[in-house]
Structures are given as structure tokens and as C-alpha cells.
Design a binder for this molecule. Structure first.
Ligand code: NAD
Ligand code: UDP
Ligand code: UDP
Length: 321
């Protein structure tokens, strides 16, 4: 069976990916520096013959053998990536170079997790892969957004210059069990606040939109994209084919609507409390997933309501309620 290296494998998405890979019989090496990840996310895999963990920071070179590399290492919540912005940039640049160098040496296929944040505060709606984005290069989100843009540039240039098989998924807001309850993302905040009977914190007037994808749908998209093989003609045209692919749920909600959906499922009498809108907070975001449908026959199966239920159960247990 192939050996899969998952950087950031102890994080929210990485741990779900490790689960799916181990289940299908891959040998999995999880590499993580535990900056935002947690041993708790992978505890159930410890002791499995197909799974091992290496504590390592990808900003430093790493020498391991793998057939497929999934690069998921990078803090994803605004609070976490802004807590140490220089580290965030280094992870997406120096770290990305190291991961590419490793994949090149091993002759491994590389799946890189990019983000809808490469579109910034978008002026094109919904966002298609050929939109170049609208990013403030010096704002508080730039450590993440610009880092991820450099990472994409590194990926396509390694693919073109060295003929490496590289895949890039642009992930739109994804949620589900194992999302860190304290990382400040909106889904975890609203659910934990509602469960504790606290006010739900709406930043700004709550009219900004996001499109929320359930974790199982996203992981399925990642696996299909990793396996996708562009034709010889496509590769002749662009050595980095198929290029970045959006994965997300096109269902678009305002933050007020999300708060209402959470309160409908949890009940209680939490109020909505308005707080200032963070600088450069994107006003709207929705993926155009035509490319994923066409290439991967992929589209999300889980509605927001269906996905919120197991997520709420996860936090209920985590908070000991
Ligand atoms: P997460 O913070 O839960 O996971 C990131 C993992 O990477 C953590 O385990 C962390 O400890 C590890 N990590 C961070 N820096 C590292 C480094 N320098 N070396 C080794 N390990 C490091 O976040 P997530 O939501 O699971 O995101 C995973 C990937 O998906 C990230 O690359 C993120 O940018 C991308 N992404 C996620 C979303 C989302 O909505 N969840 C959206 C867009 C993109
Ligand atoms: N690298 C790594 N692990 C490997 C191979 C390379 O961490 O298995 C790092 C190495 O430190 C190098 C970087 O990846 O600086 C880029 O590798 P590449 O082969 O592209 O560049 P070069 O070694 O020629 O600088
Ligand atoms: N948000 C909010 N209340 C919170 C946390 C976030 O209203 O307690 C808003 C935030 O301003 C943004 C949206 O929810 O408009 C999504 O925020 P998140 O941090 O989850 O993701 P991102 O901004 O990276 O899409």
C-alpha cells in the first residue's frame, strides 16, 4: 500500500484525512508541530500499525519517504494565524519549499491545501478559479492570504519546472467535529456560545456571507483531486494542470442566518451580541464548483443543518455538557 505523508495531520482537517487514509489501508505518517493541532485528534489512531506520528515543524527540512504527500500544515483560523504572523508566512513559504523538495526527491504526488482566502475580499461572485483575487498585501490577514498565494506559485512552478504531479485544492470554510472550540472560527464560536447559554458574537452587522462545507464532503473532494490525472494534452498546455480546484459548499449564508440555524438546533435563549467587524473581513464568499464537478464528479452531499448536528454533539461532549 502507498505511504502517505500528512503534514498538519493532527489538525482538524488533517486528522479526518488520516482517518480516511488509514481506513482504506494506506500507511500514514502524520507530521505536526502541534501549534494548533492536538494529540486528542489522533489519539484513536495511536497503536494502529498503519499510523505513526512525527513531531516536526515543516519550516525545517524533513527527510522521510512517501508516495503521496498531503500538505495541510498551516494554522487556519484568523485568531491562530494572526497570533504569530511571521510563523504563518514561514510555514506557507519556507515550509512549502521543504515539502516540495521532499516530494520531488521521493517522486511523490503532492496535494496542497490552499484556500478561498487567495481571493481576498472578492469583487467577483461567486469565485471561479480563474479570478485572481483582491487581497490587501499589508493587512492583518496578509500573513495567511499572501503566504497561501506564494505557496500556490511555488506549487505550479515546481510542477512546471520539474514535471512534478502537484494538486491544489482551494478550500472554502469547512466545519465539523474536532474543530478547536477555542480557535475563534464562527461555527465553533456560535455553537459553544449557544451551548453555554452565552450571547452569540456577531462581528459587524452580520450581513457578511460565507459558504460552509461539512468535513466529510471536503475530504472526499481532496481524495478525488489527489487521484485525478490530467491528460497528456492538458499537461502539454500547462505542466501544472489541472491547476487549483475550488472545494466548498455553494450554499451561502449571512452570519445572522448561521446564528439562527445554530439556535434553532440548540434552543436556549442566547441573544445576538454585535462586536466590531475585524479589519479586511471579506464581505461575501461562495465557491463556483463547476470545475470540481466536471473533473472530479464531486459536489457536497451534506446540508448545513445535517452537518451542524454532529458538530453540536461533538462540542456538547467536549464541553462536558
Ligand atoms: P488546523 O489549525 O486545525 O490544522 C493545521 C495543522 O497544521 C495543526 O495540526 C497544526 O499544529 C499544524 N501546523 C501548523 N504549522 C505547522 C508547521 N509549521 N509545521 C508542522 N505542522 C504545522 O486547521 P485546518 O482547518 O485543519 O486546516 C488544514 C489546512 O487546510 C490548512 O492548510 C488550512 O490553511 C487549509 N484550509 C482550511 C480551511 C477550513 O475551513 N478549515 C479553509 C481553507 C483552507
Ligand atoms: N528538502 C527536504 N526534504 C527532502 C528534500 C529536500 O526538506 O527530502 C528541502 C531542502 O532543505 C531544500 C528544499 O527542500 O532546501 C528544496 O528542495 P529542492 O530540491 O527543490 O532544492 P535544493 O535542495 O536544490 O535547494
Ligand atoms: N464571525 C462572527 N462571529 C464570531 C466569529 C466570526 O461574526 O464569533 C464572522 C467573521 O467576522 C467572518 C465570518 O464570521 O465574517 C467567518 O469567520 P471565520 O473566522 O470563521 O472564517 P473566515 O473569516 O476566515 O472566513
Amino acid at each position: 500500500m502507498p505511504t502517505a505523508l500528512v503534514t498538519g495531520g493532527a489538525g482538524f482537517l488533517g486528522s479526518h484525512l488520516c482517518d480516511r487514509l488509514v481506513e482504506r489501508g494506506d500507511d500514514v505518517i502524520c507530521v505536526d508541530n502541534f501549534y494548533t493541532g492536538s494529540k486528542r485528534n489522533i489519539r484513536h489512531l495511536i497503536g494502529n500499525d498503519r499510523f505513526e506520528v512525527v513531531r516536526h515543524d515543516i519550516v525545517h527540512p524533513l527527510f522521510l519517504e512517501a508516495d503521496v504527500v498531503y500538505n495541510m500544515a498551516c494554522p487556519a483560523s484568523p485568531e491562530a494565524y494572526q497570533a504569530n504572523p511571521i510563523k504563518t508566512i514561514k510555514t506557507s513559504t519556507v515550509g512549502m519549499v521543504n515539502v516540495l523538495g521532499l516530494a520531488k526527491r521521493c517522486g511523490a504526488r503532492l496535494l496542497h491545501t490552499s484556500t478561498s482566502e487567495v481571493y481576498g475580499d472578492p469583487e467577483v461572485h461567486p469565485q471561479t478559479e480563474d479570478y485572481w483575487g483582491h487581497v490587501n498585501p499589508i493587512g492583518p490577514r496578509s500573513c495567511y492570504d499572501e503566504g497561501k498565494r506564494v505557496a500556490e506559485s511555488l506549487c505550479v512552478n515546481y510542477a512546471r519546472q520539474h514535471g512534478m504531479p502537484v494538486r491544489m485544492v482551494r478550500i472554502f470554510n469547512t466545519y465539523g467535529p474536532r474543530m478547536d472550540p477555542n480557535d475563534g472560527r464562527v461555527v465553533s464560536n456560535f455553537i459553544c456560545q449557544a451551548l453555554k447559554g452565552e450571547p452569540l458574537t456577531i462581528y459587524g452587522d452580520g450581513s457578511q456571507t460565507r459558504s460552509f462545507c461539512y468535513v466529510s464532503d471536503l475530504i472526499e473532494g481532496i481524495l478525488r483531486l489527489t487521484d485525478y490525472d490530467p491528460s497528456a494534452e492538458e499537461l502539454k498546455e500547462d505542466g501544472a494542470a489541472p491547476g487549483p480546484v475550488n472545494c466548498g459548499n455553494p450554499g451561502e449564508f449571512t452570519m445572522i442566518e448561521l446564528a439562527e440555524a445554530v439556535l434553532k438546533l440548540i434552543g436556549g435563549n442566547s441573544e445576538l451580541k454585535h462586536l466590531p467587524l475585524p479589519t479586511d473581513d471579506p464581505k461575501k464568499r461562495r465557491p463556483d464548483i463547476s470545475k470540481a464537478k466536471r473533473l472530479l464528479d464531486w459536489e457536497p452531499q451534506v446540508s448545513l443543518e445535517e452537518g451542524l448536528k454532529p458538530t453540536i454533539e461533538f462540542y456538547r461532549e467536549r464541553l462536558g455538557l
